[in-house]
Design a protein around this ligand. Structure first.
Ligand code: NAD
Ligand code: MLT
Length: 529
C-alpha cells in the first residue's frame, strides 16, 4: 500500500487513483512548514498544487518519499535539486491549464480596457454612473507579449481575432513559426516602444525576475496597460504601483504576486488595477484535465515503475544509462553550452555522431543533447522524457547523421545550431572513453573541458586585449583556472574561453564589454542538469 499525502482538498478527477487498492490518499490541507516537515516522514508520494513550498528542508525530512506530483505547470515551488539528489521523481502536468490561463488573460485584458470591475462595484452600490467608466476598444491596438510559449500563443490567437496587432519578445522562439501564426517577433525594447498592452507569459527565471521595473516602464508607451498572469516576481510591484499612480501606466491586471498570499498590499490597493488571487488555471476543466493525467502518472509510477512527465529524471533504464552516461553527459553539456551562448530563436539543429558514438542508440543521445540545449531556455525542467516534444513544439528542425569514420578521433560528436541570428557549431570527444573535451567551436580548434564555469569572449586578436580581460577578472576576485584562444587568421577576431572558479556576475561582464576590443562576453556554466 502506497501512502500519498495531498496538500490541497480537491479530489475531483482523481477517481482512478482513489479507486486503486494500492493507494491510500490522505489530505492535509495547506500544512504549515512545521506540520509539513513532520507529516512528510511517512509518505511514499506527495501530491501538491501551489499551496506549499517543498523546500530542501521538507525533502530532507522525507524518509521514504519517492514521488512528488505537481498538479499544474510551474514546479518553482519544489526544490528539484534537493529532490533529484534524494532520488525523488518530480512530475508535473504541463499544458493542462494552457487554455484556462490564456482565457483568464483575455478576461483580465477586457476587464482592464472596459473598467468592468469598477463599474460593477459602483452599480452594486446603487450608483448609475455611465460617465466615469468609458473604456477603450482592443481593436486596432498593439499587444506585446513577453514569452511566446504555450499560453503566449493561445493569447495571441485570441487577440488576433479581436483585430489587435500582436508582437512578441521571446529569445528562444522560432521566428518563422510565430510569423506563420500572425505574430511578429521583436526585441524587448520594441515591445516596450510599440505596445498598448503588455502581457507576460514567460517563466520566472534569472533573466525575468524583476524584468518589469521602473527602468523598463520608462521605455514603454504612455498609458500602456500591463497584464501579468505568469509569476509575481517578474514584476516589481512597487515600481508598477508608482507608475500607475503617476499615470505613465494606465492600468494593470495582475493574477500573480511576489508573495502569495500577499504581504505587501500596496499594488492591490492602487486604483486602476484588476486583481485576481492566482486564478488563471482555476477552471473546472483545467483542474479535472490535470487531475486525470496526474492520477495516471502516479499509478504508472508506483505500479509499473514507468516514469512519465518527470522534470528531473532521465527516461532510460539504469543499466543503459550507466553505459551511455559519459556520452550522454558530453552531448548534454555540448547542448547546454550552445543553449547558453546562442542568440535568437532556434530554427534547426544538425547532429553528427561519428566513430564510437554510432554504437549507441543515437536517438537517446539526441534527446540528451536537446535536454542540454533547451534547459537554459525554458522554465520547466527539460529531461529525456520531454526534450524532443519541447523541441518539436518550438518548430526546431532536427537532423541526425551517423558516420562510422571519425577522422583523427575515436569518437566525435558535432552539433550545428542555426538560429534566426547566428550559427554555432561545436565538436566534442571523449578521450579514453572518459575524458570529455570540446575540440572545435565554429571551425576553430580549441581544447576546453565541458565542465564548470566559463567566460566565452569574442575579441579583437591584438596585443593587450587578453591582458585587460585578465585584469578585470582578477580585480573582481575571479580566479582563472585555464584559458583557450582560438582564431582563424591573426589580427582578426578570436574566440577566448576562460575557465573560472568563481561566478561571473552581469556587472563583471559589463566591465569586460567596456574593454576596447571585446565584442561579446558571456558567462556559461556547464553542470549536471
Ligand atoms: P512555456 O514554457 O510553454 O512558455 C514559456 C515561454 O517563455 C517559452 O517560449 C520560453 O522560450 C519563453 N521565455 C523564456 N525565457 C524568457 C525571457 N527571458 N523572456 C521572454 N520569454 C522567455 O510555458 P507556458 O505554459 O506558456 O507558461 C508560461 C508561464 O505562465 C509559466 O511561468 C507558468 O508557470 C505560468 N503559468 C501561470 C498560471 C497561473 O495560474 N497564473 C497558469 C499556468 C502557467
Ligand atoms: C501553474 O503553474 O500550473 C499555475 O500557476 C497554477 C497553479 O499554480 O495552481
Amino acid at each position: 500500500m502506497y501512502r500519498i499525502l495531498m496538500t490541497y482538498d480537491n479530489m475531483e478527477g482523481l477517481d482512478a487513483l482513489i479507486a486503486n487498492k494500492n493507494f491510500k490518499i490522505e489530505i492535509h490541507n495547506k500544512p504549515s512548514p512545521e506540520q509539513f516537515k513532520e507529516l512528510i516522514k511517512d509518505y511514499d508520494g506527495l501530491l501538491i498544487r501551489s499551496e506549499v513550498k517543498v523546500t530542501s528542508d521538507i525533502i530532507s525530512a522525507a524518509g521514504k518519499l519517492k514521488f512528488i506530483g505537481r498538479a499544474g505547470t510551474g514546479v518553482d515551488n519544489v526544490d528539484k535539486t534537493a529532490a533529484t539528489q534524494k532520488g525523488i521523481v518530480v512530475a508535473n502536468v504541463p499544458g493542462g491549464n494552457t487554455i484556462s490561463a490564456a482565457e483568464h488573460t483575455i478576461g483580465l485584458m477586457l476587464a482592464l480596457a472596459r473598467n468592468i470591475p469598477e463599474a460593477h462595484v459602483s452599480l452594486k452600490s446603487k450608483k448609475w454612473d455611465r460617465k466615469n467608466f468609458v473604456g477603450t476598444e482592443l481593436f486596432g491596438k498593439t499587444l506585446g507579449l513577453i514569452g511566446l510559449g504555450k499560453i503566449g500563443f493561445e493569447v495571441a490567437k485570441r487577440c488576433l481575432s479581436f483585430g489587435m496587432k500582436v508582437i512578441a519578445y521571446d529569445p528562444f522562439v522560432n521566428v518563422e513559426l510565430a510569423k506563420n501564426n500572425g505574430i511578429e517577433v521583436k526585441s524587448l525594447e520594441e515591445i516596450y516602444q510599440h505596445s498598448d498592452y503588455i502581457s507576460i507569459h514567460s517563466p520566472l527565471n534569472d533573466s525575468t525576475k524583476g524584468l518589469i521595473n521602473s527602468e523598463a516602464i520608462k521605455k514603454m508607451k504612455d498609458s500602456v496597460r500591463i497584464i501579468n498572469c505568469a509569476r509575481g516576481p517578474i514584476v516589481n510591484e512597487h515600481d508598477l504601483s508608482e507608475a500607475i499612480k503617476s499615470g505613465k501606466v494606465k492600468g494593470a491586471a495582475v493574477d500573480v504576486f511576489a508573495k502569495e498570499p500577499p504581504e505587501d498590499w500596496s499594488l492591490i490597493e492602487t486604483n486602476n488595477t484588476v486583481i485576481t488571487p492566482h486564478l488563471a488555471a482555476s477552471t473546472e476543466e483545467a483542474q479535472v484535465k490535470i487531475a486525470l493525467e496526474m492520477s495516471e502518472v502516479i499509478i504508472d509510477f508506483f505500479t509499473k515503475g514507468l516514469v512519465r512527465n518527470a522534470v528531473n529524471v532521465p527516461a532510460v533504464t539504469w543499466e543503459v544509462y550507466k553505459k551511455m552516461m559519459p556520452y550522454m553527459d558530453l552531448v548534454l553539456k555540448s547542448g547546454s553550452f550552445q543553449g547558453q551562448i546562442s542568440e535568437g530563436g532556434i530554427e534547426s539543429v544538425e547532429l553528427e555522431y561519428c566513430g564510437h558514438f554510432s554504437d549507441f542508440n543515437t536517438s537517446v543521445l539526441t534527446v540528451s543533447y536537446l535536454q542540454g540545449l533547451l534547459s537554459p531556455l525554458l522554465d520547466i525542467k527539460v529531461n529525456s522524457v520531454n526534450a524532443f516534444t519541447l523541441a518539436k513544439e518550438r518548430g526546431i528542425k532536427i537532423k541526425e547523421s551517423i558516420i562510422k569514420d571519425s577522422g583523427d578521433y575515436l569518437n566525435l560528436f558535432t552539433a550545428k545550431v542555426k538560429t534566426d541570428k547566428s550559427e554555432i557549431s561545436i565538436s566534442a570527444t571523449l578521450f579514453n572513453d572518459k575524458n570529455p573535451r570540446i575540440v572545435n567551436i565554429n571551425d576553430l580548434n580549441v581544447d576546453v573541458s565541458p565542465i564548470g564555469g566559463k567566460v566565452v569572449i569574442i575579441n579583437d586578436d591584438r596585443p593587450g586585449v587578453i591582458g585587460k580581460i585578465g585584469a578585470v577578472l582578477g580585480d573582481s576576485n575571479v580566479n582563472i583556472a585555464g584559458m583557450n584562444v582560438g582564431r582563424k587568421d591573426s589580427g582578426k577576431s578570436a574566440l577566448t574561453i576562460i575557465e573560472v572558479d568563481n561566478v561571473v556576475s552581469n556587472e563583471i561582464l559589463k566591465e569586460l564589454l567596456k574593454i576596447q576590443g571585446v565584442q561579446k562576453a558571456k558567462y556559461v556554466v556547464l553542470q549536471l542538469l
